[in-house]
Design a binder for this molecule. Structure first.
Ligand SMILES: O=C(O)CCC(=O)C(=O)O
Length: 271
């Protein structure tokens, strides 16, 4: 399959709100293949794995990256699934480069949240055309879904990335382009928040500047495995960043101002 059916209204909503939930885009065969790859990855994680649950706490918040370089199903998802065509359509881009993948698993009874943030300040990438596809591999209730601040990709503001160090001390990236993130929970009445109940096959597409965060997984039996993938369009360029980036992908040989396409960030659309 090459062309997922999404409407002009879906595309308009993505561009206006910065996040849109698209229903039934991925056939179950993709979900089943990715589930098997995710479980294999958790058994033998990659070099960038992070465990965000302190030892002794219930549950597990497991994060890993670049599964596509180690698991055939994830590689096929980047090159052969409906995803690259979907990314091209949403971004209005002729070409799509695959930036990276990001696995986020919250096992039952995981208390740790995903803190509020937006993604692009973590990326050494400039440009408007960066879309993420957040694909849950389990049914997701609204209270475990990621929440998005509607329209925040259009605020024209870039917020400081934060990195979590052992011992609970945060390290903030000091780049004059970035400002401290306000406490969004204390301003809930000033924003509109988007989140959805989802079934496997549904996907959220969101812009790299849309603010988002997520609760832990309070369910006592339901896993919450999410496979997030990042896609870049025609206007994106490799960029210099002060301090740490995430994920820390190196070895590509790119310099600031370069187009992204290379072996590490392959062109996936047109096929
Ligand atoms: O799955 C989550 O909890 C957060 C996802 C997220 O932050 C992302 O995909 O950028």
């Amino acid at each position: 399959m090459t062309s997922p059916t999404i409407s002009d209204a879906d595309v308009a909503r993505y561009r206006r709100d910065g996040a849109v939930c698209l229903r039934g885009v991925f056939p179950m065969e993709w979900i089943d293949r990715l589930r098997a790859a995710v479980d294999a990855d958790m058994a033998t994680p990659g070099p960038m794995v992070r465990i965000n649950t302190p030892e002794g706490n219930p549950g597990l918040f497991f994060v890993d990256f670049q599964l596509w370089q180690r698991h055939e199903a994830c590689r096929a998802f980047a090159f052969e699934s409906p995803a690259p065509a979907l990314a091209a359509r949403l971004m209005g881009s002729n070409e799509v480069v695959y930036y990276h993948d990001h696995l986020l698993v919250k096992e039952p009874r995981t208390a740790e949240r995903t803190p509020w943030h937006h993604d692009q300040p973590y990326y050494p990438v400039d440009g408007e055309q960066i879309v993420s596809l957040w694909l849950p591999l389990d049914p997701v209730s609204r209270d475990t879904c990621v929440e998005y601040v509607r329209g925040s990709h259009r605020w024209g503001r870039w917020f400081q990335p934060k990195f979590f160090r052992k011992g609970g001390v945060d390290m903030v990236v000091e780049d004059p382009r970035f400002e401290p993130l306000p406490d969004l929970d204390s301003e809930r009445d000033r924003h509109e928040f988007l989140s959805w109940e989802m079934e496997p096959g549904d996907v959220i597409a969101f812009h790299a500047l849309t603010l988002h965060g997520a609760a832990g997984n309070r369910s006592s039996e339901r896993r919450r495995r999410a496979y997030a993938t990042r896609w870049c369009g025609d206007d994106t360029r490799y960029a210099a960043r002060v301090g740490q980036i995430s994920p820390p992908i190196g070895g590509h040989g790119l310099n600031p101002g370069d187009r992204l396409e290379c072996a590490t960030f392959p062109k996936v659309w047109p096929r």
